[in-house]
Design a protein around this ligand. Structure first.
Ligand code: WTA
Length: 701
């Protein structure tokens, strides 16, 4: 039996080596003006960060931080591949982001908060005010008995109270786990359980697309969901979007729920010494989707992570303390942690926080904000770029802002969208860095150094300083640059920003990121542990990488990773559903969106009602971002003879591609029925090659 399934899988595997045809794009050069002011201008840096100088080259990153006690070893590999960066040192992230700037920048804005309603005033928080507020919240958390090593789950929107709470946790060594505010209460609950948090910190409400959302309702669902999974939450701390006023309808639960603003009265003007924490102490958890349905908490450590995001904010984002920097991501994702909060603040920047939707109330909003605040560094994702371009291609021209630097992150950006970003948003003045990286990697992996490397639309560029990527094929052989072949992109060496482990699951960490290409699991030599990123990539002859997308069962929806297993199990919560299969579909704005195929149980009539409940289940279990584009009720799933659902066939149908040879399937006839259902009688398929991530979809068990 094994033989019959092996065969088609072998042909699938060889797809990793298929030629990837794409037009070579032209280079764009940074302006002399940009180069003259850049933090990193000396091209010798790339040599200094060569593998010959590894790991000592990263001392320069540690030097950007203020230490309570110096570290002993730059990199301790004794527990490989659980790397300990700057081992033996004592440090505090809150001190580095706040206290150390007070003397010079106390009166300078740390954050400028822009509420979504345009009539509401901006709120400027200086470094001095940030210091005061972080201290009060730290005093409160300490007063509740929380201490270093405890976990606290945050489920907060884009408001200043979020970074204030994070920095208060960091001051004490409490491990914060912020769950993206748009995730459902249930998704938050499973993350509370996994992290073992007894305290949930949330906010009553926030504005999104013109509506004041009752967010407190999610806290009740989260606490219940965590309890069902065996984790009790003792306290829910509720920030108020409008201090002193409760803006949600959901009642507070006596004895469990407390308004932060009430509790803070007792801690007014209180100061808390930042705790001198070990370099290797955990700073936070960030949950991300993987190939199984179980949430995967990437654990980031204090010193290595902070050093990495500080240095890359300075050298790649080119942040100077005088800059007004705006990253439009949400702090609930890794981009926000690294490049709205920790990196920019460690550099004493002014970081803009925008509460709402970029296109609210119209596609001119971001450019109005940029003009009013004098933003000169702008950072966003391809999905927002596509959306703003579609809704208001000429809007940027109407506003008198000037960016010197722009970043894109989260998904591959097509050269056409890149050029609009460059020509219209950047007004041909701003450089663009296309930064490729992951939740697990803490900071940038692939990017140009903007004053040194020219830009090339659609390519992230070479490895960041000190990051040495390599592309392997399925057999572990190196795919040479310029070969036009794709493979699995890995990083040869550890770097300070790499996660420490998956929270509570050391084996999963080793298995997911290292086992495929590690030949000696006992080795303490970092050279034996290339880190597998989970993306397909090609390297052009000039050394630049082009990222093709996830090669595991993860769908990147508008730059957000969603695990197909999570979506499929959400579908299965609808009692009528017997089987569910989710596939990625190309989408003009969001890059990829999930499309769902379900088979109902015997005796159940397919109905719109079932479809509606499947959609609702996805919104409830995961969040609105998981809303499928379509739900199809099929007579049966296409299956191999061993009973494995062929998601690849479904992905081909959904993406209007030829399904290829399906004669080896157990039920080839069903393929045609499904195709007609999805594409109609006049089947419209194209012979064009599927993008790598979709072509390889559904292979990972
Ligand atoms: C994708 C976000 C192409 C990639 C920081 C990766 C990108 C996943 C880029 C991680 C980019 C991120 N070009 N693809 N510049 N940046 N990706 O964990 O597939 O939310 O594996 O981290 O996003 O998503 P995550």
């Amino acid at each position: 039996m094994a033989k019959t399934i092996d065969k088609p899988e072998l042909t699938e595997v060889s797809e990793a080596q298929i030629a990837v045809h794409w037009k070579e794009e032209e280079y764009y050069q940074p302006s002399e003006q940009f180069k003259a002011q850049a933090n990193l201008r000396d091209a010798r840096i790339l040599e200094k960060f060569g593998l010959d100088n590894f790991p000592d080259c990263f001392k320069a990153y540690a030097d950007m931080l203020t230490w309570f006690e110096p570290y002993r070893a730059v990199l301790d590999t004794s527990d490989a591949p659980f790397w300990k960066w700057f081992a033996g040192g004592k440090i505090n992230a809150s001190y580095n982001c706040v206290d150390r700037h007070l003397a010079k920048y106390g009166n300078k804005a740390a954050f400028i908060f822009v509420p979504e309603p345009e009539a509401e005033q901006d709120v400027t928080i200086t470094y001095q005010e940030l210091y005061d507020r972080v201290n009060e919240v730290a005093a409160l958390l300490r007063g509740l008995g929380l201490k270093a090593g405890d976990r606290v789950t945050l489920h907060m929107p884009m408001v200043p109270e979020l970074p204030i709470t994070m920095l208060a946790c960091a001051r004490l060594g409490i491990i914060h786990s912020q769950v993206f505010g748009g995730f459902s209460g249930q998704a938050c609950g499973s993350r509370i359980q996994d992290s073992g948090s007894r305290v949930l910190i949330t906010m009553d409400s926030y504005w999104r697309n013109g509506t004041l959302i009752d967010h407190k309702a999610n806290a009740d669902i989260a606490v219940r969901a965590a309890k069902d999974l065996g984790q009790d939450v003792d306290k829910v701390l509720v920030w108020q979007r409008y201090p002193g006023k409760y803006s949600a309808k959901t009642p507070m639960v006596p004895g469990r729920d407390f308004f932060v603003n009430d509790l803070l009265k007792e801690y007014k003007s209180r100061k808390v010494e930042p705790v001198a924490l070990p370099s290797e102490g955990p700073l936070f958890l960030m949950y991300s989707s993987g190939t199984t349905g179980k949430p995967k908490g990437a654990q980031h450590g204090i010193a290595g992570y902070l050093a990495y995001v500080t240095a890359t904010s300075k050298w790649i984002l080119d942040i100077h303390p005088e800059d007004i920097y705006w990253c439009m991501a949400d702090i609930g994702w890794i981009t926000g942690h690294s490049y709205i909060v920790y990196g920019p603040l460690a550099n004493a920047a002014t970081s803009v926080l925008y509460e709402g939707v970029p296109t609210y109330p119209d596609a001119g909003r971001p450019w109005r904000i940029a003009e009013r605040l004098g933003v000169n560094i702008f950072h966003t994702a391809p999905t927002a770029i596509r959306m703003l371009r579609k809704l208001g291609p000429q809007e940027p021209r109407k506003y008198k802002y000037h960016f010197k630097s722009m970043t894109t992150v989260g998904e591959p950006i097509e050269p056409e969208a890149w050029r609009w970003y460059y020509d219209e948003v950047g007004k041909r003045e701003a450089i663009i860095t296309d930064t490729w990286w992951l939740t697990e990697t803490g900071g940038f992996l692939g990017t140009t150094v903007p004053a040194i490397n020219p830009m090339k639309p659609g390519s992230c560029g070479p490895g960041a300083p000190g990051i040495h990527p390599i592309i392997y094929d399925e057999t572990g052989a190196e795919v040479p640059k310029g070969s036009g072949k794709a493979g699995n992109i890995c990083i040869r060496n550890p770097w300070p920003g790499i996660m420490q482990t998956i929270w509570g699951d050391r084996d999963r960490y080793v298995k997911t990121y290292f086992s495929k290409y590690n030949k000696n699991p006992k080795s303490k030599d970092w050279r034996d542990w290339p880190f597998m990123c989970g993306d397909g990539a090609v390297q052009a002859a000039d050394g630049y990488y082009r990222i093709l997308g996830r090669i595991d069962d993860v769908i990147n929806v508008a730059g957000h990773r969603l695990g197909t297993k999570e979506i499929e199990s959400a579908c299965l919560t609808v009692p009528e559903v017997a089987e569910a299969a989710v596939v990625p579909v190309q989408d003009e704005l969001k890059g990829r969106v999930p499309e769902v195929y379900i088979a109902v149980k015997p005796g159940v009539q397919p109905s719109q009602d079932v479809i509606d409940r499947v959609i609702k289940a996805n919104e409830e279990v995961i969040g609105k971002i998981a809303r499928p584009k379509h739900v199809y009720i099929v007579p049966d799933m296409p299956k191999t003879r061993s009973g494995k659902i062929m998601r690849r066939v479904l992905a081909a149908i959904s993406n209007r591609r030829d399904v290829g040879d399906v004669t080896t399937l157990a039920n080839p006839d069903v393929v045609d029925q499904i195709r007609t259902m999805v594409q109609g009688k006049e089947t419209v398929t194209t012979q064009a090659e599927l993008p790598e991530d979709i072509a390889k979809f559904g292979q990972v068990e």
